[in-house]
Design a protein around this ligand. Structure first.
Ligand code: FES
Length: 142
């Protein structure tokens, strides 16, 4: 009986997620590490304490490659996967404008109580771009 209730709760919870969220959660795009990344950002989620690391390979101010690693939940995985797809091949200035709201919209929505998970991707991308800009400045000064 308890098993049946647990199964039903799990199915009800899964129904809260769009097909796109489930697709990106089950088959996340761009997971991993870029060994020669020139922008790396690591952020923690103030709400749940989960961590995200984002790697960027930037050439001529365009994001040539992007990969991520996360200890976040399924919503964080889906959001990061979608976020990396949205910025790949785009100018750095476009990636800087990416909001967690835009990522959630591209996923056909996230439950309200899971919106904080999508913030991880946005913040990690910004942090990686700032890291890239700092390194570029240092190189220019040398
Ligand atoms: Fe921490 Fe979703 S609960 S990222």
């Amino acid at each position: 009986m308890t098993g049946q209730i647990m199964k039903r709760n799990k199915e009800d919870n899964m129904a809260l997620y769009s097909e796109k969220v489930m697709d990106h959660f089950r088959n996340p795009r761009n997971v991993g590490v870029i060994e020669d990344a020139n922008g790396i950002g690591e952020v923690g989620n103030a709400k749940c304490g989960d961590i995200m690391k984002m790697y960027l390979k930037i050439e001529d101010d365009v994001i040539k490659d992007v990969k991520f690693e996360t200890f976040g939940c399924g919503s964080a995985i889906a959001s990061s996967s979608m976020a990396t797809e949205l910025i790949k091949g785009k100018p750095v200035s476009d990636a800087m404008q990416l909001t967690n709201k835009a990522v959630a919209e591209a996923l056909d929505g996230l439950p309200d109580y899971k919106m904080h998970c999508s913030v991880l991707a946005e913040e990690a991308i910004r942090s990686a771009i700032e890291d890239y800009k700092k390194s570029a400045e240092k190189t220019a000064q040398q």
